[in-house]
Design a protein around this ligand. Sequence first.
Ligand code: ATP
Ligand code: MG
Length: 173
Amino acid sequence: APVELGGLLQEVVDQWRGKQSHDISLHLPEHEVWVRGDADRLKQVAHNLLSNAIKYSPQADRVDLTLRQDGQDVQFLVQDYGLGIPEEAKDKLFSKFYRVDNSDRRQIGGTGLGLSIVREIVEGHEGTVAFESEMGAGTTFTVTLQAYRVGTADNSIMILEDNDNLAKLIQVA
Ligand code: ATP
Ligand code: MG
């Protein structure tokens, strides 16, 4: 089903607000961003990434969540200013039960399933998930999905067709 990601991310952020110490800033574009997918599963993706961003940034007080669209590509980024991910963990990070075993995070609990679920769901939506990280400075996870739309040549109009073949026009920036 068509899912509007701005509203979906807002809901996830609202669930976290007040329950933890970090300030979560949500940066949304002016226009709606539609993808085809399963809303509950996409919420799970955002939730797991936010959970990690908060949990693995004990020295920081904020997390940034950004949604953007460039043509057909829709991306959401979860950026933290925390512990970072060591180079040697990069190949295994999305594997089931894998956890980084560093002295800086031995006290932080988890099962090592969050990111394997993220990857499974994102790939189930024909998307990709990647990250960039610097030890001691922070990490940004980027989820890329395909927009549910047909663009015009100048990209100024999105045409969304729902299952009943009704067309809806939305102005993009
Ligand atoms: P779970 O999510 O199942 O409760 P978890 O958080 O340990 O447990 P994953 O979410 O799969 O498991 O993450 C795997 C490992 O990757 C974590 O143990 C952590 O060391 C590292 N990691 C994940 N996200 C971040 C992040 N934003 N910053 C630093 N390290 C991270
Ligand atoms: Mg996790």
